[in-house]
Design a protein around this ligand. Structure first.
Ligand code: TYD
Length: 138
């Protein structure tokens, strides 16, 4: 898995003068089923979130409101994505270290996740993550 597998998905948009609507269907618009939804909000200026990788979890990250930057790292390559539209989702595959920062005031970061919360699925130490990520490539 590499940062190149982490792509921006253009979600369906129903534009309407009464307000726009976007929807996400599991296994149709995203390549996984959804077992959990969580969101970050009331993020103070200058704060950083993330700072971990997942062994098996698939995620879609959406800026429901406001904007933020997502920094991705697969152990070899890195890329940064600026999220600022509620109809774009960033697909993050397993084995990607992510950090999220530069939150605008009022930003809401929603995450659709393929599985329930499980601390055993996390790499919390970057060095542990890189060691396993490089092993998987060799
Ligand atoms: P963490 O994954 O470190 O948050 P972030 O990636 O946004 O920095 O989680 C922060 C805390 O919240 C940690 O104690 C675990 C808990 N948590 C849950 O209990 N359930 C969840 O679904 C998530 C994402 C976190």
């Amino acid at each position: 898995m590499s940062v190149h597998d982490c792509t921006i998905l253009d979600l369906p948009r129903i534009n309407d003068p009464r307000g726009n609507l976007t929807f996400v269907e599991a296994n149709r618009h995203i390549p996984f089923g959804i077992n959990r939804v969580y969101y970050l909000y009331d993020v103070p200026g200058g704060a950083e979130r993330g700072g971990h990788a997942h062994k098996a979890l698939h995620q879609l990250i959406i800026a429901m409101s406001g904007s933020f930057d997502i920094h991705l790292d697969d152990g070899q390559s890195k890329k940064t994505v600026h999220m600022n539209r509620s109809y774009y989702g960033l697909y993050v595959c397993p084995m990607i270290w992510r950090e999220i920062d530069n939150f605008s005031s009022g930003a809401v970061c929603m995450v659709l996740a393929s599985d329930y919360y499980d601390e055993l699925d996390y790499y919390r130490q970057h060095a542990d993550f890189v060691a396993d990520a490089l092993k998987a490539i060799k």
